[in-house]
Design a protein around this ligand. Structure first.
Ligand code: 6CS
Length: 313
């Protein structure tokens, strides 16, 4: 049989590398009975078309991240800034622990919408790019920055003083080129593979957030699977936790080298003091998240706070 897996990113991305390894392991573990077919970004339409397809069962598996807020509002948890530790391996390990991913709050956020969350994939720090050297909220005042389409990201960047605007991933290169957006937020690998860095002048590391995606399955399909196949999925997603962490680190490091050698983009790393100015402005947005998604939002925030209590700097 064939399982169809929809990706929000193109070939060569972190999501692609994850799905390709997932496909190989599942095929091996089922003695060739299951073929996982990958649909990179663009093949199923836009981002929300991917979520519609997995909800409808047209595909069995998909990644969901920033644009998923319209489908699973609670997933905007990871659009909040300054809620995760700086250590990316600790983040990856703990978000994939039963305490978080098997929690009622995270599971039911997806199950209420006909989906099941299977794994969480941190893809690297979200890095800003601009046409100007931006180090402070004052510098960011009025800057049109492109955000993924969800309320929490818009609220966060409004709190920083910017003018957030949502643009589909596939339309972003030309929007930046034509000045419809003046800034962008992506993990390094994506700035490189989508060419965004070519049309921006400054790259700003604020370490305000990591890019977090969730691997999800169509619920009816998942629950209808033979136990042995569900076990194969469990085992595979467990094995991929360490694997994808290593891959994303490597991709993000390599591609930063490519960006700096192929362009004269200027790299800016914010100091702790500079970060703190943004962190302070981001705090009230936690309440917006709770107001927006309700009690489950508070539960998820409490869970994150507990989980990372010892790890936050
Ligand atoms: O910015 C976006 O829309 C997309 N960026 C990445 C790195 N992955 C998926 C997401 O939708």
């Amino acid at each position: 049989e064939t399982w169809r897996f929809g990706l929000e990113e193109i070939e060569g991305s972190v999501q692609y590398e994850y799905a390709a390894e997932f496909a190989e392991l599942v095929n091996e573990k089922t003695d060739g009975d299951v073929n996982v077919q990958l649909f990179p970004y663009g093949e199923l339409g836009g981002l929300t078309d991917i979520y519609d397809a997995v909800q409808a069962g047209a595909i069995q598996l998909a990644f969901g991240s920033g644009f998923l807020g319209g489908t699973v509002p609670e997933s905007q948890l990871f659009s909040l800034n300054f809620i995760l530790p700086q250590d990316e391996w600790v983040t990856t390990r703990k978000l994939n622990s039963d305490t978080f991913i098997e929690s009622d709050a995270w599971q039911n956020s997806f199950r209420d919408r006909g989906l099941v969350p299977l794994a969480i994939v941190p893809e690297g720090f979200q890095v800003w790019t601009f046409n100007e050297p931006i180090r402070t909220p004052e510098d960011m005042e009025g800057v049109q920055i492109r955000v993924m389409d969800n309320l929490l990201l818009r609220e966060t960047y409004r709190a920083y003083g910017a003018q957030p605007t949502s643009i589909e991933y596939g339309e972003l290169y030309s929007a930046l080129q034509q000045g419809q957006a003046e800034g962008n937020i992506q993990p390094v690998f994506a700035h490189e593979e989508m060419g965004f860095y070519e049309v921006q002048d400054y790259m700003v590391f604020a370490n305000q957030a990591q890019f977090i995606a969730t691997v999800m399955a169509n619920q009816d399909w998942y629950e209808g699977l033979p136990d042995t196949y569900r076990e194969v999925i469990d085992e595979t997603t467990d094995e991929l936790v360490r694997y994808i962490h290593d891959v994303q680190q490597e991709l993000n490091n390599e591609r930063l080298d490519t960006i700096t050698s192929e362009s004269d983009i200027e790299i800016i790393r914010l100091s702790n003091e500079e970060r703190a100015a943004f962190e302070e402005l981001a705090q009230p947005v936690r309440q917006v998240f709770v107001d927006e998604v309700g009690e489950r939002g508070q539960e998820l925030l409490d869970l994150i706070d507990q989980l990372f209590e010892e790890d936050r700097m």
